[in-house]
Write a protein that binds this ligand. Structure first.
Ligand SMILES: Cc1ncc(COP(=O)(O)O)c(C=O)c1O
Length: 418
């Protein structure tokens, strides 16, 4: 379960270690590794590349985004306030209360919400907030699912913690098995990243699962960070959220969000990855400390972006349109891939996690023979000593292009991989 060998560094461009030796413990970022893998391969002529690697929605963002940016352009010459604006916090608080059916007034947006310039930077910075020098007299541990969103590992390593990769395979419902966590590990755990719906597998945690994770965080005194960036991209039913579960637990001490932070983004919900807009919400004590830390190191969300984000969190029509578009893409994918490569309909997100035998080999063949670009699953996961890498046999396919391209790409996958 615990990784000790950080030897994979396909870039190997450093002649001499300058500065942080922790950085050398990290592999190249997954997309750098993919670029290195595919660089020597030229796809067959006359086929337009179909890029299904990055989780970057290609739908046009709603018009209110641009309109609001234009209407608030006088704010570009102001430094962004770390805490955002009261209007932004209120829009987020109202959205969370609506989306997760929170009891009215339970979430105090002014003390429980911070704007983020996209969630990636904050998921990374979070480790600086959550990881002490020692925990239970030992090196702190940061838990994460395996496979995982790469910044979790980067954050853990750069904060001086040990990243602990918890297998999230078909056998465990594509989420880490919480019952397998030992008290020895939990005692030195400083931070636990959970992702639901999960990237890449699309599994959504149940209320019981989230309640258990929250309980462990409180019992062992660590921060539970629930990455809910894909919460609004779902096919059949809206995935439950961690705040929703926390609200339903007994909280006689008046601290419903203790130890808990959730992360949400407009990148997927509003097809606005370039806006760099998200938020973190939850435990006011942690939010207060995060605000202090972020005063030193965050980019801050510019006032026009705060205004546009406020408008987007208050609008649901474009999100429903988005979901309908993803449903069409999944239908197209399922028509081609159903019954093959362990295809299943994910609870959320827009990825396919396909079992193809050898993910790296499949990615090379798909690029060479069909100009289809996908990500080997192994680039999103690690192998713990004595265990197989849970991503080795998989490829991740992002259904972010238009439906015709998705259908064509999936047909190519079947033609090439058989
Ligand atoms: C699981 C997960 N979390 C967070 C993010 C970051 O999104 P952003 O920084 O655009 O909010 C991504 C982006 O792909 C993601 O897949």
């Amino acid at each position: 379960m615990v990784l000790t060998d950080f030897s994979v560094n396909s870039g190997a461009v450093f002649t001499e270690a300058i500065g942080s030796d922790r950085l050398d413990l990290l592999t190249d970022y997954p997309f750098t590794r993919l670029a290195n893998l595919l660089a020597p391969i030229s796809p067959r002529a006359n086929v337009s590349p179909m890029v299904l690697t990055v989780g970057e929605p290609q739908h046009t963002p709603p018009a209110i985004l641009e309109e609001t940016l234009r209407a608030t352009a006088s704010g570009w010459n102001k430094y962004p306030p770390v805490g955002g604006t009261p209007e932004f916090r209120a829009a987020v608080g109202d959205w969370l209360t609506r989306r997760y059916d929170l009891p009215a007034g339970l979430l105090h947006a002014d003390s429980s919400v911070l704007p983020l310039s996209g969630t990636r930077e904050a998921l990374f910075m979070l480790a600086l907030l959550a990881v002490p020098t020692r925990k239970a007299g030992r090196q702190p541990a940061v838990l994460m699912p395996n496979p995982f969103y790469a910044p979790y590992e980067g954050a853990a390593v750069m904060a001086g913690a040990e990243p602990v990769f918890l297998s999230a395979t078909r056998e465990t419902g594509f989420l880490p098995d919480l019952d397998a966590l030992t008290p020895e590990l939990l005692e030195r755990t400083a931070l636990f990243y959970l992702c639901t719906p999960a990237n890449p597998q699309g599994a959504a945690a149940t209320p019981a699962y989230l309640a258990k994770a929250i309980g462990l965080a409180r019992q062992y005194g660590f921060v539970l960070a629930v990455d809910e960036c894909y919460a609004e991209i779902w096919l059949d039913a809206p995935p439950v959220g961690a705040l929703q579960v926390a609200a339903s637990l007994p909280h006689a001490d008046g601290k419903p969000w203790a130890n808990l932070l959730v992360f949400h983004s407009l990148s997927k919900r509003s097809s606005a990855a370039g806006l760099r807009s998200g938020f973190v919400a939850g435990d006011p004590a942690l939010i207060g400390r995060f605000s202090r830390l972020r005063s030193y190191g965050c980019a801050g969300m510019p006032l026009p972006v705060l205004a546009a984000s406020t408008a987007l969190w208050r609008d649901e029509a474009h999100v429903e349109e988005n979901r309908a578009a993803y449903r069409a893409k999944f239908a197209a994918a399922e028509a081609e891939l159903g019954g093959r490569y362990g295809y299943y309909r994910p609870a959320g997100g827009f990825f396919l996690w396909l079992e193809v035998g050898d993910g790296e080999e499949a990615a090379k063949r798909l690029w060479a023979e069909g100009a289809v670009r996908v990500l080997p699953g192994a680039y999103l996961s690690r192998n713990n000593p004595g265990e197989p890498n849970p991503g080795d046999a998989f490829i991740r396919v992002a259904l972010v292009q238009d439906t015709d391209t998705v259908a064509q790409a999936c047909a190519s996958i079947v033609r090439i991989l058989g």
